[in-house]
Ligand binder design. Structure first.
Ligand code: SF4
Ligand code: SF4
Length: 367
């Protein structure tokens, strides 16, 4: 069963090609099946009685749910709505290819892990009072990219911000949501995570992974889950520390201009594009923009695609890195642990760097 919204979108997209030039997956594969139109057409045919689901199961997962198609749709349709629902049906029907069902199984296990929400406090030198800031790293990603989480923690300490951390961070459900859509399993994971965050007593939660921040700000409230803490992205928080003078950045000596890869969730879903640029400006870097930047950013492929289709994610990341090489950037900075690892898996000349590691290396504390 597909929802009325999904069916309306399918009917609109099945004979429309207007956004195909923006699909980062379709652009690198050149495959018709990787356009929103083809996915809509297949689902429409199935609704009309053709048994196709097993045949197109893999194609339905060859999409990073980046929302580029939706953001450029003049009529306001959102293909990710029907793609998520189709994935849910494929997974619940046991039709997902082995490598995809294995990844889904891993995330289901992570979501069902017994709540180990013990909180510890990291005291920063000179800080007074008890910590009211929870630093949420996005546990699965930080295992792959501890450098970004560690650097951000050091920035907080240099700024004199004491903070709380989960000893074992609960899964927030963002990857599972992309894999199987709005299901009871995803909501159960979200409930556990919301209860853990609310139980920490924090007044604000600073979130490293933009996909987690998107879940907390948009999906959780839509599912009736309210967080008692204010949700702030790590990028905005770091930019505010610089603006308030709590930390200062030394000028970076760079070989060539830098470019910023806007993570889709941060730029498109959360509408946060300027904080990263403020951080880059504070380090005195020459910023050169890629054509697809800010809200029209091009996805690097994303960690979910990389987890079950690594070759396709590598191609998609290489497509994005080619954009940076085309404008002569010496480095690509990004502010998402997932984008960092996926971009590094692609090929290109410009070096891929994490904005928080880069900033942390250049910070000196204020008097
Ligand atoms: S999202 Fe909009 S532009 Fe893209 S295929 Fe659907 S109707 Fe056309
Ligand atoms: S969400 Fe992104 S990857 Fe998926 S069809 Fe749309 S543009 Fe392509």
């Amino acid at each position: 069963m597909l929802s009325g919204k999904a069916m309306d979108t399918i009917r609109a997209c099945r004979f429309c090609w207007m956004c195909r030039h923006l699909c980062p997956v379709g652009l690198v594969t050149g495959r018709e099946a990787n356009t929103p139109r083809a996915k809509a057409l297949l689902l429409d045919m199935e609704q009309k009685g053709r048994e196709l689901m097993g045949e197109y199961a893999e194609d339905m997962f060859q999409c990073c749910l980046c929302g580029a198609c939706a953001s450029s749709c003049e009529t306001g349709y959102e293909p990710p709505v029907f793609i998520r629902e189709a994935r849910r049906n494929i997974a619940s029907g046991g039709l997902a290819p082995r490598e995809i069902s294995d990844v889904i199984g891993d995330h289901l296990k992570a979501g069902d892990a017994p709540g180990a929400a013990a909180v510890r406090e990291v005291r920063s030198a000179g800080a007074a009072g008890t910590a009211d800031t929870l630093f949420f790293r996005g546990a699965r990603l930080s295992e792959k990219n501890r450098e970004m989480a560690d650097a951000f923690g050091e920035i907080l300490e240099k700024a004199g911000v004491s903070y709380l951390m989960f000893e074992e961070e609960p899964a927030d459900g963002n990857e599972l949501f992309d894999l199987i859509g709005e299901t009871a399993e995803v909501k159960r994971t979200a409930v556990r995570c919301a209860e853990a965050i609310n139980g920490s007593g924090a007044e604000r939660v600073v979130v490293l992974n933009p996909s987690s921040a998107r879940m907390f700000r948009q999906e959780y409230p839509a599912w009736g889950l309210e967080l008692s803490a204010e949700v702030v992205t790590a990028t905005v928080f770091a930019a505010e520390l610089l603006k308030s003078g709590k930390v200062k950045a030394e000028r970076a000596d760079m070989e060539g201009p830098v470019t910023f890869h806007d993570p889709c969730r941060l730029a498109r879903d959360l509408d946060e594009t300027e904080a990263a640029r403020d951080i880059i400006a504070a380090m005195g870097c020459e910023l050169r923009e890629m054509i697809q930047s800010r809200k029209i950013t091009k996805c690097c492929g994303g960690t979910v695609l990389a987890s079950h289709s690594p070759r396709l994610a590598e191609q998609t990341a290489s497509g994005r890195r080619a954009d940076a090489d085309r404008i002569g950037a010496g480095s690509i900075l990004t502010a998402c642990p997932g984008c960092l690892s996926v971009l590094r898996g692609g090929s290109g000349t410009a070096e891929v760097k994490d904005i928080f590691v880069f900033l942390n290396e250049r910070i000196r504390c204020s008097e």
